[in-house]
Design a binder for this molecule. Structure first.
Ligand code: ATP
Length: 443
């Protein structure tokens, strides 16, 4: 059989995401808006599970990281200090013939339009990625503000407030999850490059002499996370070390994931030196130094950052989950042999358990079981259609366990649990169901 083309696979994934309520184009009834995406009911459940797993791992399970939640709009001087207003941009060029716009650094031949082959291109122009708005009733230059391009800047601004209020000493980290905005020239590859997206960032503050030790630590920790918590296989992720480093950085790398459209950055781990803290000290006039009582010296903290895109993690989970299973499914009442199934790890599955009564007549006792299961798991109750169609729908949204309640259940108080991946059916006393599912979902 010919190998499926990667672009075909991506098209099928995008179509499933729409059909099954994972991801929709923003403002679709107006023709959409390029680079903006909405999460539907199943998409938002998956997105929240991704954020929760990261927060649990990076904040709640640790003793050395605090969380914050800051505003999207900060004082405009923040972006002057961070360098975003002066340097945060790409060179772009427009094709005068087909009107396509390109990022110059992504063009193989800088003199030829990748869309139509024309050489009739405008001279490369600087383009700033910051999104601008106005704060207050007057829309003039004195009231300009910016939507943040990364969540970490407000972590730097709050360093001393967090340190003092939590009585922290170095080393420790501050984490946050939130929206970021970049006026990307070429949004593409579904949600991979969007103009509005969410980041999960953690800035770890330490002494310069320990910073490379911490860089190595966070690199290993984050790879372990992708392997053990998210469930990515060894060959699905790789490390890309940066060849060119910012002048203040001692190291930088990306963790990349193998998407159907190629390897793409999921997370950046950056040694940021004292650059950010130094710049905010300079621009605000407020000391950002830390006094180390044991060593008896004052210094600017050095920062090691881990920065992940929520949307890219969600997309990676969706892409690797998509499977067309050729297994025999006729016995479940399906017409075709091919089963479209999203093999999402139970921890992240939008619906972890579906309760399906075999007939409407026995809906009531089945619903009692559903109410019980729902206390512990993201659950759905589905009565409509043949059992085969209901299984198929649950497969497509990635539900790992379907609990069927049949006429026998009324007699023996037992239910059948169908395992999405193993395609096994276990008969379990309803009284043991929550315990059985807890072991499976958290396996
Ligand atoms: P890229 O090279 O892909 O533009 P970047 O190096 O500019 O990314 P960072 O500034 O390091 O990205 O941001 C950290 C993380 O935020 C990235 O690893 C990515 O997961 C996410 N991210 C950055 N830009 C976007 C975007 N336009 N859409 C979705 N996620 C993004």
């Amino acid at each position: 059989m010919p190998e499926e083309k990667d672009s075909d696979r991506m098209e099928k994934i995008v179509s499933l995401c729409k059909r099954r309520g994972f991801i929709f184009q923003s403002s679709e009834i107006y023709g959409g808006i390029n680079g903006f995406w909405d999460y539907g009911p199943y998409g938002v459940a998956l997105k929240r599970a991704v954020e929760q797993a990261w927060w649990r791992e990076m904040v709640e399970q640790r003793d050395d990281v605090e969380g914050i939640d800051s505003t999207v709009i900060c004082h405009p001087s923040v972006w002057k200090a961070s360098g975003h207003l002066d340097k945060f941009g790409d060179l772009m060029t427009d094709c005068r013939d087909c009107k396509a716009r390109h990022r110059v650094d992504q063009m193989e031949d800088k003199s030829v339009c990748p869309a139509c082959g024309s050489k009739n291109l405008t001279a490369p122009r600087e383009f700033n990625l910051m999104m601008k708005t106005y704060v207050g009733p007057v829309s003039d230059e004195d009231h300009v503000a910016y939507l943040r391009a990364e969540t970490c800047q407000s972590i730097f601004l709050n360093f001393n407030l967090v340190r003092i209020s939590t009585r922290r000493s170095l080393p420790f980290g501050i984490a946050q999850i939130g929206k970021a905005f970049r006026n990307e020239i070429n949004p593409r590859n579904f949600t991979f490059r969007s103009r509005e997206f969410s980041q999960m960032e953690m800035e770890f503050f330490c002494a310069e002499e320990d910073s490379m030790k911490w860089f190595e630590y966070w690199k290993n920790e984050r790879i372990r996370y992708y392997r053990d918590v998210v469930g990515f296989a060894e060959n699905e992720i790789k490390i890309h070390e940066h060849e060119a480093l910012a002048h203040y950085a001692r190291a930088a790398l990306d963790i990349e994931f193998k998407f159907p459209f190629g390897w793409g950055e999921l997370e950046g781990i950056h040694h940021r030196g004292t650059w950010d803290m130094g710049r905010h000290q300079e621009f605000s006039g407020e000391s950002q130094e830390y006094f180390d009582q044991t060593a008896g010296k004052k210094f600017l903290p050095t920062v090691v950052e881990t920065s992940v895109g929520v949307d890219r993690t969600v997309l990676a989970i969706i892409c690797r989950a998509y499977d067309e299973d050729k297994a025999e499914t006729k016995k479940e009442g399906m017409e075709e042999d091919t089963r479209l199934v999203m093999r999402i790890k139970p921890r992240f599955a939008p619906v972890q358990v579906a309760v399906l009564p075999l007939a409407k007549k026995i809906a009531e006792p089945a619903e009692k079981i559903y109410r019980d299961v729902k206390k512990l798991f993201r659950s759905e109750f589905d009565l409509t259609g043949s059992i085969g169609k209901r299984y198929r729908r649950q497969d497509e949204i990635g539900t790992p366990f379907c609990v069927t309640f049949d006429f026998q259940s009324i007699e023996d108080g037992a239910v059948t649990v169908r395992d999405r991946d193993r395609m096994t059916q276990d008969r379990i006393p309803a009284a043991n169901l929550n315990q059985y599912l807890t072991e499976k979902v958290h396996a």
